[in-house]
Design a protein around this ligand. Structure first.
Ligand code: LLP
Length: 419
């Protein structure tokens, strides 16, 4: 199991390449991913029968291709994510299904796609079962069950309990099975995902809830999924989940179910953050240093248009300054370029601005927002008409432009003026 990382406040290189060269070559802001780190994280989870990547965390085709080559399956939450998986070389059919559509609704496009291409569905609502069963009776599906409890790093990432819209409510299981029967369908697996960035205590509780659900459904079940949710440390105070213990809990559950049902049950895990968070770095340039009363602000060329986690969840990201070894530390507030006061990377949930101890720096210095690989680029926007940043993958010491920076033409593509 990986040990808790330390987070140095200066960084000269990423995956062996100088930060200054990456910035000069690709411009800033730029997302840089270290392929070796992703491979390392995939290797950590090899004891599970199948790893299914929750691509919502970072769905660049180069990343999908990388995990596909590591034999990682993929989850898709939209028609767009199915198309990404196909574009990255995944096939749709196999056992287990390489691509699974997991959601709480079908929009019309995704229902059509799932019906036409016979894509495996992990249903999060009874309406989904009814809609799929009406169009394509007789299919096998897996069910995403909301066990009535959940936990996440923020209330906004807790996906269990009655405050959450996710999954089929555990007490609705009988009604759900009636729909399944009505359409001649079968339940081949059960899935529970209680939240993102949770802990072993809560993750462990899922095992019991899942066992009780499978007991009700019975012999058609051949696979179980522990969902995602594995945390990564963003701060020296935080740690990883004990993966040995986590696997032990799930394997014991699987073994009890095998005993009860009398056949093999495959055990799947569905991480997003764990595989990619630590691989990602957002390189930015400091463009202004301001003193406002008691606060010194470093203002960057990246804002919440590039990395939204701090403004959305008060999320903490480690930060470093390139080539700043030996400089004195200074307490600063780090913000972006957007015309909005909330465009601050050093904030706590609720929008409270706080300070960070970083090497003293000036205009032209590069500031790196770290652990930004998960829910970073994918949650970016064009707010303030800022182009989406470039994405670069470093593989075996070579940098590869995995997505070009948007242009100003891209920003107005599809828009027109009447008349
Ligand atoms: N499976 C399902 C059904 C999910 O809904 C999610 C995440 C995952 C797996 C992967 O969870 P992970 O292993 O990454 O924790 N934007 C938030 C996180 C939202 C997570 C949404 N669902 C953040 O930046 O923290």
């Amino acid at each position: 199991m990986p040990q808790v990382g330390t987070f140095p406040v200066t960084r000269d290189e990423i995956a062996g390449l100088p930060v200054s060269e990456l910035a000069a070559r690709y411009g800033t802001p730029v997302y840089v991913y270290d392929a070796a780190k992703i491979r390392e994280r995939v290797a950590d989870l090899q004891r599970f029968d199948h790893i299914r990547y929750a691509q919502k965390a970072c769905s660049n085709l180069a990343i999908l291709d990388l995990v596909r080559r590591e034999k990682v399956l993929v989850d898709a939450v939209s028609a767009g994510e199915v198309h990404r998986a196909l574009a990255a070389g995944y096939s749709l059919h196999g056992n287990p299904p390489p691509v699974v559509y997991t959601a709480d609704i079908f929009d019309r496009e995704s229902l059509e796609l799932v019906v036409q291409r016979d894509i495996h569905v992990n249903a999060g609502s009874i309406d989904m079962i009814d809609q799929l069963g009406t169009r394509a009776p007789g299919r096998s599906v897996t069910l995403r069950i909301n066990p009535g409890f959940g936990h996440g790093h923020s209330q906004k990432t807790n996906t269990g309990g009655e405050q959450s819209k996710h999954g089929i409510w555990h007490a609705e299981l009988d009604e759900c099975l009636r729909q399944i029967d009505r359409h001649g369908m079968a339940v081949s697996g059960i899935h529970m995902h209680i939240g993102s960035g949770t802990d072993l205590e809560h993750l462990g509780q899922v095992c019991g809830a899942l066992e009780a659900t499978v007991a009700k459904i019975g012999r058609t079940v051949t696979s179980i999924s522990a969902g995602g949710g594995l945390p990564v440390p963003y701060h020296a105070r935080q740690s990883y989940v004990d993966l040995e213990e986590y696997y032990r809990l799930w394997n014991a559950t699987r073994e009890r179910l095998q005993e009860e049902l009398g056949h093999k049950i495959s055990l799947e895990i569905e991480p997003g953050r764990y595989l990619v968070a630590e691989s990602g770095f957002l390189i930015t340039e400091i463009r202004a240093v301001k003193r406002q009363g008691g606060n010194t602000f470093y203002l960057l060329d990246a804002g919440f248009n590039n990395l939204a986690r701090p403004i959305l969840y008060g999320a903490y990201h480690p930060m470093s300054i390139a080539n700043a070894t030996g400089r004195p530390l200074q307490s600063v507030v780090v913000g972006g370029p957007l015309c909005e006061s909330g465009d601050i990377f050093t904030q706590e949930e609720g929008g409270f601005v706080c300070q960070r101890s970083l090497p003293s720096a000036g205009v032209g210095d590069l500031l790196i927002l770290e652990c930004a690989g998960a829910y970073g680029f994918v949650m970016a926007s064009n707010y303030n008409s800022k182009p989406l940043a470039a994405e670069v993958l470093i593989c075996d010491g070579q940098a590869y432009l995995a997505r070009a920076r948007q242009t100003n033409e891209d920003l107005v593509r599809g828009e027109s003026i009447p008349g």
